[in-house]
Design a protein around this ligand. Sequence first.
Ligand code: HPA
Ligand code: ZN
Length: 344
Amino acid sequence: MSTQEFIRNIPKAELHLHLEGTLEPELMFEFASRNNVPIPYRSVEELRQAYRFSDLHSFLKIYYQATAVLLREQDFYDLTWAYLSKIYSQKVRHAEVFFDPQAHTSRGISFETVISGIHRALSDGKEILNISSRLIMCFLRHLPAEAAMETLQQALPFKEWICAVGLDSDELGNPPEKFGTVFDEARKEGFLTVAHAGEEGPPAFIRQAVERLRVKRIDHGVRCMEDVQLVEELRAKQIPLTVCPLSNVKLRVFRDITAHIIKQMMDASLCVTVNSDDPAYFGGYIAENYMAVQQAFHLSESDIYTLAKNSFHASFLSKEEKQAYLSELDRFVSSHALIENVVA
Ligand code: HPA
Ligand code: ZN
């Protein structure tokens, strides 16, 4: 089995994925046509040409624009289902996915329409593809905290379907503490918390997310490496970091994949996971992200195994569910080693 096949077939979890970021150009054109929504591109190729970003902000402009084609419950179902079908072929056994309700409610789409479509697809994902999942509702941090609080209230009737709240969108100028009260309220309602921090923002934002928002995971967090003391804290507490290598290159957090800091994070014994963020825009789903890192840093199969193991440990699954997936992972790795030995 080649390393590529090993990566594609190893059971894994994805923990940092924006459903709106899985909108492939082909699907965008399909939705635009069936919903009669004009889009300012003549073809899939022209649209892909527009996917050149200078930073997070330049990406978000296109990402929010694109959501205009999503109108009906079925659109949210189809979007989510397309993602699940894709990751099924990459052996993602469990997915914890973000959605941005405010990107839709601001356009007059009801919260219920959005979440019903997503939830129905995730249920079918479990039933038909045997992929388990959790849904994480993100607040857009460039909007006021009051808007986030309003969104939290809208979510309460659907509490059973949402496992955690998160924080995304423009990081610079929007520190985690801006949402301290909203996250306090969310935790009171029983939601777990995560936050994007240290993608473009400074290490201090990671510390705020941990201390003020009491997050269980940091999304991205790559800039933690600038602060030795912070690294030590993240390591000691084993607070997981959901790293998205291809995203960081596309949004120019790192010059290229060889300049990425992920190997140093792994060497520092941080709980690192590999994820795809917005795969339709950044040139790859989870397997392509693992591949890029493996090639850049010559990761061994044992390193890949560690990353996959971390992905289940860092998930919001119950202890028993984690154990079941970790056993499946171990069975895969041992049978793989057995086959390799026979071949050798
Ligand atoms: N960072 C912040 N917000 C986002 C991202 C991201 O990578 N993707 C979608 N919303
Ligand atoms: Zn993200």
